[in-house]
Design a protein around this ligand. Structure first.
Ligand SMILES: NC(=O)c1ccc[n+]([C@@H]2O[C@H](COP(=O)([O-])OP(=O)(O)OC[C@H]3O[C@@H](n4cnc5c(N)ncnc54)[C@H](O)[C@@H]3O)[C@@H](O)[C@H]2O)c1
Length: 327
């Protein structure tokens, strides 16, 4: 019997790449769920999905996770063995203007998924958390055992809540649960609201990019292929009966922070053009630096991230120029 896997947020950046990876394994039946909301370019989501539905081993449902009735009905019908819950309202800055969307998708929606998992006795639950749960720390690298009590945005607060909600269900109902703390994932087909995508969009519209905090922010940029390899290795190890722990969180990153200005310089080098910039002060909700401690993740996976920031930017810029027919 094939193992049944549900991926929520399958039309999203990370969700679609994970779905593609899991579809390569013929021991799995893959199901995907997404509400295809218009937070960013719908065509990008539809194109990602178009690729996935070509595979006969993939079944798609257009459902909003805040609709408990539909979620429970779907879980009852398909009886999943494993669930990867990636659907969420993402974005730090957007959460300051639109907190309600985060309440509906990230808290109510997350609760609905937990209930469906409990009722249908799903074996393994994997969910997306974020490096933003660490807030502004003075000590680096950021280790999974650091406190996460001071989120700087409502988005980060919802991700912190997800971790504690998931912990309570895991301990009450013995659900094996793993949280992924993603660190600034980037690459081809990435999110238009994030760098480097947003920088290229502005550049080709002949607008100045906004460089917050004078470009002094540092981020542990993580290439999409490395992200997916880490998720897959964690999945393989933790779904085994030999893995006894009922609840863990893992940093998903390379542990190699980069200054934002360095990142912009790499994009300019690849484009062979200067990008026009407007330097702006730090924005509410932004953290100054992320830099992951990857010891715990490495101990489990024995995987070191492989794609350098230079190669990652090159791959992204090539994809962007080709996808949008730019020169
Ligand atoms: N990309 C990153 O760098 C990053 C960093 C930290 C955490 N994360 C988290 O990882 C997950 C995936 O992120 P991503 O970058 O792929 O984002 P994304 O926005 O590309 O993907 C999220 C998907 O979820 C869907 N969705 C949103 N609300 C929904 C709802 N109510 N019902 C059903 N579907 C819904 C969206 O349509 C979208 O396709 C999210 O939970 C995000 O918060 C991402």
């Amino acid at each position: 019997m094939k193992e049944k896997i549900l991926i929520t947020g399958c039309a999203g950046f990370i969700g679609s790449s994970l779905t593609k990876k899991l579809l390569k394994n013929k021991n799995f039946s893959i199901y995907g769920l997404d509400n295809i909301n218009s937070y960013y370019d719908l065509n990008l989501k539809k194109n990602r999905l178009r690729e996935l539905v070509k595979d006969k081993n993939f079944k798609f449902f257009k459902i909003d996770i805040s609709n408990k009735k539909l979620i429970l009905k779907n879980f009852k019908k398909y009886k999943y063995n494993h669930v990867f819950h990636l659907a969420a309202q993402a974005g730090v800055r957007y959460s300051i203007e639109n907190p309600e969307q985060y309440l509906n998708s990230n808290l109510i929606g997350f609760y609905n998924i937990l209930e469906a998992i409990k009722i249908n006795k799903v074996r393994n639950f994997y969910f997306a958390s974020s490096s933003s749960v660490y807030g502004d720390k003075k000590k680096f690298p950021l280790s999974e055992n650091f406190s996460t009590d001071f989120p700087k945005s409502f988005y980060a607060a919802t991700k912190k809540c997800n971790e504690v909600m998931a912990y309570s269900y895991s301990s009450l109902y013995k659900i094996k649960t793993i949280g992924f703390r993603f660190f600034t994932v980037y690459g081809p087909q990435g999110r238009p609201d994030m760098t480097p995508f947003s920088f290229l969009d502005k550049h080709f519209r002949n607008q100045k990019i906004k460089v917050f905090n004078q470009g002094k922010h540092e981020r542990d940029f993580t290439y999409i292929d490395d992200t997916i390899n880490l998720i897959f290795k964690i999945f393989k190890k933790t779904k085994s009966k030999k893995f006894k722990s009922k609840f863990e969180v893992y940093n998903i990153a390379g542990g190699k922070p980069n200054k934002l200005m360095n990142y912009i310089n790499l994009i300019e080098k690849k484009l062979k053009k200067k990008i026009r910039k407007k330097f702006i002060k730090k924005q509410p909700g932004d953290v100054l630096k992320t830099f992951a401690d990857v010891k715990k993740t490495y101990k489990l996976t024995k995987y070191k991230t492989q794609v350098s920031i230079g190669d990652g930017i090159t791959n992204f810029v090539n994809w962007y120029l080709n996808y949008y027919k730019k020169k």
